[in-house]
Design a binder for this molecule. Structure first.
Ligand SMILES: Cc1cc2nc3c(=O)[nH]c(=O)nc-3n(C[C@H](O)[C@H](O)[C@H](O)COP(=O)(O)OP(=O)(O)OC[C@H]3O[C@@H](n4cnc5c(N)ncnc54)[C@H](O)[C@@H]3O)c2cc1C
Length: 371
């Protein structure tokens, strides 16, 4: 009996499992997904600060399609021996799909233990426990990237929000296209933006900036930077500046190892690699899972061919902004973009309990949201 082993139970891992199950047919291929958590976490929902709404019970997706979920944390990968280590267990594989996702780059500031984050459902639960049902608090958000903007604009409905950005423009990585819409939304919501401002240390009372000034706050939320899971370093292959493994058009790293989602750097056109997002992690998972199983069964492999790149940034009560293309040209703003964001947050939820629907969706690479 052959074994496809998938490490990770997020968008990429779950859809890898479903795509492999779709290819398996009547063969005796065994598919196992290893992840420590009972739930898949829909991280794009986390800025809404409702951890339960962000969780999906893995068993309701995996059990109907005959995929075994092994609840364990993988600690080592031995590519030469075709095994992974999870605690004191050694698990063999015939094809491996690495889908262990990404993590927020932790701050190394003095007092970093006082920081909050919304990177995980546990992080959100900790922030919620701290803020309770309070309104009128002061929150400092560090970083004005995608996550920083979404949590800053969300919290603005409940309190005073100060957004710190070390660059001289807001949203430096989103480029000039959506910036006027973002700046207007922050002004409309009363979010105080401090540019060229870096945190030097954090205390239980707020944050001290590198210019020596202190900003008092009830909560300081760190959002700066995401990096591929460090497990990628155990695979002898090229990695990019985000720690992602270079993969070919079939999402193969080398030999028996495939990678998908935030751990993989895949070309999506001649000039661009995909970005760490569920928009790419979902179709990557489907392609990697399909190919891992097809490779074992002697069936044709498929190429990664995702939908064109788009972004949809939630701006709280000020709506949202939807952009298309790598220059992020603004296509929708305000309530129209907000409605699209709502649709995206719904459709990222996988079907539950229904094998036919799960397997049918696993066969479609397109996210079918913004088309
Ligand atoms: C706050 C926030 C908002 C976001 N908003 C958007 C958005 O609006 N649009 C968008 O497209 N993207 C968004 N993203 C990014 C998106 O969530 C990620 O790109 C996506 O989750 C990547 O999917 P993945 O399956 O690769 O990894 P993850 O979703 O990170 O899943 C990784 C899985 O691997 C498991 N795992 C980790 N370590 C191990 C181990 N050692 N052994 C076994 N399993 C392990 C984890 O438990 C988890 O199940 C957002 C992310 C955050 C944090």
């Amino acid at each position: 009996m052959s074994e496809v082993l998938i490490v990770g139970g997020g968008f990429a891992g779950v859809w890898s499992a479903a795509a492999a199950a779709r290819v398996r047919g009547d063969s005796d291929l065994r598919i196992t997904l290893v992840a420590p958590n009972e739930d898949m976490v829909l991280r794009p929902r986390l800025h809404k600060l409702d951890p339960e709404w962000s969780r999906v019970a893995l068993k309701r997706v995996l059990e109907p399609i005959g995929v075994t979920h092994l609840r364990a944390e993988v600690t080592g990968i031995d590519v030469a021996g075709s095994t992974v280590t999870a605690g004191d267990r050694s698990i063999g594989y015939d094809r491996l799909v690495l889908a262990a996702g990404s993590r927020l780059v932790r701050a190394t500031l003095p007092g970093a233990e006082h920081l909050f984050d919304i990177d995980t459902a546990d992080g959100v639960a900790r922030l919620n426990a701290h803020l309770g049902n309070r309104v009128g608090f002061t929150a400092v958000v560090i970083g004005s990237g995608f996550t920083g903007l979404e949590i800053a604009t969300e919290l603005a409905a409940r309190g005073r929000v100060i957004l710190l950005e070390r660059a001289d423009v807001v949203a430096p990585e989103l480029g000039p296209g959506p910036r006027p819409v973002i700046t207007a939304a922050l002004a409309e919501l009363g979010v105080e933006v401090r540019l060229e401002a870096s945190a030097a240390s954090v205390t239980g009372r707020g944050v001290v900036l590198t210019d020596g000034s202190e900003v008092q706050a009830d909560a300081v939320i760190w959002t700066a930077g995401m990096r591929a899971h460090p497990m990628t370093e155990q695979i002898p292959a090229e990695r990019d500046r985000l720690g992602r493994l270079e993969v070919d058009r079939h999402l193969r790293v080398a030999g028996d190892v495939f990678a998908a989602g935030d751990v993989a750097a895949a070309l999506v056109d001649a000039d661009h690699h995909g970005v760490q997002s569920c928009q790419f992690a979902t179709p990557m998972g489907k392609v990697a899972g399909h190919n891992a199983a097809a490779d074992l069964l002697g069936l044709p492999l498929v190429e990664f061919a995702p939908d064109p790149y788009v972004t949809c940034l939630d701006l709280g009560a000020a709506g949202a902004v939807f952009t298309t293309g790598w220059d992020r040209a603004v296509a929708l703003t305000g309530q129209q973009a907000k409605e699209l964001k709502g649709t995206i947050l719904e459709v990222i939820h996988p079907p539950l309990d229904d094998a036919d629907e799960i397997l049918a969706q696993a066969g479609r690479q397109s996210n079918e949201v913004a088309g």
